[in-house]
Design a protein around this ligand. Structure first.
Ligand code: 4NP
Length: 157
């Protein structure tokens, strides 16, 4: 079975997409699915930095250590290297569209669009709020991760 390559994208790559990466890594491991997973930001504000402390804490609450993750910026190469590129909100999707070289292989979608019943919903940016927002983010990205896993398992069945 071919390895699936998945990239989660948000604005800063320190709040939402690292949590999506963590949730999907765990879901794929539980299903013994061979995957390569990464995350990136459309902006370069936090390149080389670890995730936001509130994301690190939220992942820790779920038993996952993401302290070694480092921010990086989305590049045109990613569209050739990944099978799926998943943005968190409409603003991310517009930014992703500006980097898309147009001749890549990646299927580009907004994460919650693949969750039955959640189509059109955005994973809201928790950056400006309190820590409780990160719990909401976790539930949203985890739902997206599980739905993506179901799609991949279905396609490779
Ligand atoms: P993220 O959240 O896109 O979920 O990582 C943000 C992180 C940083 C900034 C904005 C959003 N910022 O403006 O620095």
């Amino acid at each position: 079975m071919a390895k699936h390559r998945i990239l989660f994208v948000c604005l800063g790559n320190i709040c939402r997409s690292p949590l999506a990466e963590a949730a999907f890594r765990r879901a794929a491991a539980e299903a013994s699915l061979d995957v390569e997973v990464d995350s990136a930001g459309t902006a370069d504000y936090h390149v080389g930095e670890p995730p936001d402390p509130r994301s690190i804490e939220e992942a820790e609450r779920r038993g996952i250590d993401i302290r070694h993750y480092r921010g990086r910026q989305l590049s045109t190469r990613d569209f050739h290297e990944f099978d799926f590129i998943l943005g968190m909100d409409r603003s991310n999707m517009a930014n992703i569209g500006r980097v898309d070289p147009g001749d890549g292989k990646a299927r580009v979608a907004m994460l919650l669009d693949i969750v039955p019943g959640q189509e059109g919903r955005e994973v809201a940016d928790p950056w400006y709020g309190g820590p409780e927002g990160f719990s909401t983010t976790w539930h949203e990205v985890d739902a997206g991760a599980r739905a993506l896993l179901a799609v991949l398992l279905d396609e490779t069945a």
